[in-house]
Design a binder for this molecule. Structure first.
Ligand code: PRX
Length: 574
C-alpha cells in the first residue's frame, strides 16, 4: 500500500471503532434478527405490511414516509397515506382479477404513484417487476414475455414501447396520467384509485413466496429474471440498521431508480422497514438539483453511486459551497469501484467519508461493506457484514490465502439471496456450482486484515455508470441494423463512467463506412434497447476474430483495445 493511502486511512479513521464490528460478527444471528418481526412465530408475512402498515398502526401515521420532488411537483406522503393508497391500488388489481403470484410490471418515471403501485402489488401477493423508464421496446418485450406478465402500470408517453398486441399474457394496462381515455384492456389509474376502498385484506404469504423480479444482464443470452422472496426483508431491515445506520429520525435519500435493485432493496424496503423518512427525487441528474435535494430535505443519510460522485466532483467544489449540507452524517456508495480519489474529495467537500458497499442484483442485499464504525480503507469494498462470510476461491472452490486474486464467493445462504432465475434453472445452478458457495462472477482479493478489494469481472459483463449491460444483448441489436454484418461489444475503461460500451462492427458487402453510419447505428441501439446500452464508440473492422464455432472472441477485441497481447489464439477461425 502506498504512503498516500496510509495517510488517507489515518485521516478517515478518527472515529473508528473496530471493536463493534468484531463484536457484532461474534454475537449476531439471523434467527435473532428475525425476531424483530412478529411473523417469525406465525410464518405468514407481507413485505409491504411490515414496511408501511406496521408503522402506521404503531403511531407513525402522521410521520412522513416519502418526501417526493421533481422539477414541477413536491409532495409529502405520510405512513398513513402510503398505507391507504397502496391499499387502494391492491384493490384496483384485485378488481381486475390479478392474483397472488401473478407478475405485474411497473414501467414509469419516479413519482409517488409508482410507490403506491409497487407496494399495492406486493400487498396482494403479486410479484412486482420494476422496469427502468429508459427501456425501449425490445427491452420491455423481452422482460414481459419471459415473465408472462399479466399487467403493466405505465404512462401514455411510455405506452408505445409496450408491444401489447404481441404479448398474449398481458391482459391489463393501467395508465397513469391526466385525462386518460381508457380503451379496451386499459384502466385509468387515478379514476380506479378514486373508486377503490382504502381498506384491503392483505394477502399473507409464506416467507419463500415471490416478492420481486429484477432483470439483469449476463455475458450470454437474454436478460435473466432474478427472483426474490419476501424473506429478503430480514436482510433489508438489518442492513438498513447496521450499514445504512438508519435511526428513527433519519431523512434518507437513495438516488437509484427502482428499475434497478438498489432502488428497491434500499430505495423502498430498507428505509421503510426501519421507519425512516425516504426522499425520492424524480427527473434527471443535475448537480444543482441534487445538492438542493440534500439541503431542502435536510438529508442525513445518502446512498449513491461512484459515477454520480465523479460527476459531482467534476461539476466543481464551488457549487457545493452554495448549499448547506450540514445535515449529512452518513454517505454510502454502490455499483462500481469507488476511487480513493473520490473518497478524498468527499472528505474535503462533504466532510464525510463515503462508505463503499458491495452486492449484486442476485444477492438482493448488501454483503461486503465498510461498516460505519469500522476503519475504511479507500479502494476496498470493506468486509462481509455480520452473519455472512466471503472468501476468494479458485475455480475448484478451494479457499485462497490473503493477497491472492480469485473468484469472489459468498458462503450460502443468507436471507436475501435470490431464490431462482425465472424460467432458467440451469443459469441459477451455475452460481452455486462450487459446493457451499455463491460465485459472484467478480474477481477480487482479500488483504491480511480481511478487507476485500475488487479487481474486475470474470466474464464479459459491462458496468457502465454502475449499470450492468450484457454484451450479447447489444450485439444482437447491432446485427439487426441493415448495414451491420457482425458485431462484438466490450467495456472500454473510462474515467467518468467506469466503462463505456465500445462496439466493433463489420459491415455488409458494399456498405461504405462513415461517421454518419456510426451515429445511425448508435441511434438504432438507443431507440431499440435503451440509451445506456448504446455504444458510445464504434469501430469498423473488415473482419472480427471468431472461434471456429463462430463465436466472436471478445477477449481479443479487448486486447486490441487495450494494446495488450491477444493471448492464445489456437481456437480462432483464421
Ligand atoms: O461487478 C460488481 C459491480 O456490480 C455488479 C453487480 O451489478 P448489479 O447486479 O447491477 O448491482 C449493482 C448494485 C447492487 C457486481 O458484480 N459492483 C457492485 N458494487 C460494487 C461493484 N464493483 C466494485 N465495487 C463495488 N462496491
Amino acid at each position: 500500500m502506498s504512503t498516500e493511502q496510509d495517510e488517507i486511512i489515518r485521516a478517515v479513521s478518527q472515529d473508528a471503532n473496530l471493536g463493534s464490528y468484531e463484536e457484532a460478527r461474534r454475537t449476531f444471528s439471523w434467527t435473532d434478527a428475525e425476531k424483530h418481526f412478529t411473523w417469525h412465530t406465525t410464518g405468514k408475512l407481507n413485505m409491504a405490511y411490515e414496511a408501511i402498515d406496521r408503522h402506521a398502526e404503531a403511531g407513525l401515521r402522521h410521520k412522513a414516509a416519502l418526501l417526493y420532488s421533481d422539477a414541477t411537483r413536491s409532495e409529502t406522503v405520510t405512513y398513513g397515506e402510503m398505507r391507504d393508497r397502496s391499499n387502494r391500488f391492491g384493490n384496483v388489481l384485485r378488481k381486475l382479477g390479478v392474483q397472488k403470484g401473478d407478475r405485474v410490471f411497473i414501467f414509469m418515471p419516479r413519482s409517488p404513484e409508482l410507490y403506491y403501485a409497487l407496494l399495492g402489488t406486493i400487498k396482494i401477493g403479486a410479484i412486482v417487476g420494476p422496469l427502468f423508464e429508459a427501456f425501449m421496446e425490445q427491452a420491455v418485450r423481452d422482460r414481459l414475455e419471459d415473465s408472462e406478465a399479466v399487467a403493466i402500470v405505465t404512462t401514455p408517453a411510455l405506452l408505445p414501447r409496450v408491444p401489447v398486441a404481441d404479448l398474449p399474457h398481458l391482459k391489463h394496462v393501467i395508465l397513469v396520467g391526466d385525462g386518460i381515455e381508457a380503451g379496451p384492456g386499459q384502466a385509468d389509474f387515478h379514476a380506479e384509485m378514486g373508486q377503490a376502498s382504502d381498506q384491503l385484506d392483505i394477502e399473507w404469504v409464506d416467507r419463500e413466496d415471490g416478492l420481486i423480479l429484477h432483470y439483469t444482464s449476463g455475458s450470454t443470452g437474454k436478460p435473466k429474471g432474478v427472483f426474490h422472496a419476501h424473506n429478503a426483508m430480514i436482510q433489508h431491515y438489518y442492513t438498513g440498521k447496521i450499514v445504512l445506520d438508519l435511526k428513527a429520525d433519519d431523512i434518507y435519500w437513495c438516488t437509484a431508480d427502482p428499475g434497478w435493485v438498489t432502488g428497491t432493496s434500499y430505495g423502498v424496503f430498507a428505509p421503510w422497514l426501519n421507519g425512516a423518512t425516504n426522499v425520492i427525487r424524480g427527473g434527471r441528474f443535475k448537480p444543482q438539483d441534487w445538492y438542493a435535494t440534500l439541503e431542502s430535505n435536510k438529508v442525513t443519510v445518502w446512498y449513491s453511486a461512484p459515477t454520480s460522485f465523479r460527476m459531482l466532483m467534476s461539476a466543481g467544489d464551488d457549487i457545493v459551497e452554495q448549499f448547506d449540507l450540514s445535515s449529512l452524517r452518513h454517505v454510502l456508495s454502490v455499483g462500481e469501484p469507488l476511487n480513493p480519489e473520490v473518497i478524498r474529495w468527499g472528505m474535503h467537500v462533504y466532510k464525510q467519508r463515503i462508505h463503499d458497499t458491495w452486492w449484486m442484483t442476485e444477492t438482493g442485499g448488501q454483503l461486503i461493506c465498510n461498516y460505519p464504525s469500522m476503519d475504511i480503507r479507500p479502494g476496498s469494498m470493506g468486509k462481509p457484514i455480520p452473519g455472512t462470510d466471503a472468501a476468494i476461491v479458485d475455480d475448484e472452490g478451494n479457499v485462497l490465502p490473503p493477497k491472492r486474486m480469485g473468484n469472489l464467493a459468498i458462503k450460502t445462504p443468507w436471507p436475501s439471496m435470490m431464490r431462482k432465475i425465472w424460467n432458467n434453472p440451469s443459469k441459477y445452478e451455475e452460481y452455486f456450482r462450487l459446493q457451499g458457495w455463491y460465485v459472484s462472477g467478480d474477481s477480487a482479493y482479500m488483504d491480511e486484515d480481511g478487507y476485500f478489494w475488487f479487481q474486475g469481472r470474470v466474464d464479459d459483463v459491462i458496468n457502465t455508470s454502475g449499470e450492468r449491460v450484457g454484451p450479447f444483448e447489444v450485439e444482437s441489436k447491432l446485427v439487426e441494423h441493415p448495414a451491420v454484418a457482425e458485431a462484438g461489444v466490450i467495456g472500454k475503461p473510462d474515467p467518468l463512467r467506469g466503462e463505456i460500451i465500445k462496439a466493433f462492427v463489420s459491415l455488409r458487402d458494399g456498405i461504405e463506412p462513415s461517421d454518419e453510419l456510426k451515429a445511425d447505428i448508435a441511434k438504432f441501439v438507443k431507440e431499440g434497447l435503451a440509451a445506456h446500452a448504446a455504444p458510445r464508440e464504434i469501430e469498423f473492422k473488415d473482419k472480427l476474430p471468431k472461434t471456429r464455432s463462430g463465436k466472436i472472441m471478445r477477449r481479443v477485441l479487448k486486447a486490441w483495445e487495450l494494446g495488450l497481447p491477444t493471448g492464445d489464439l489456437s481456437t480462432i477461425e483464421d
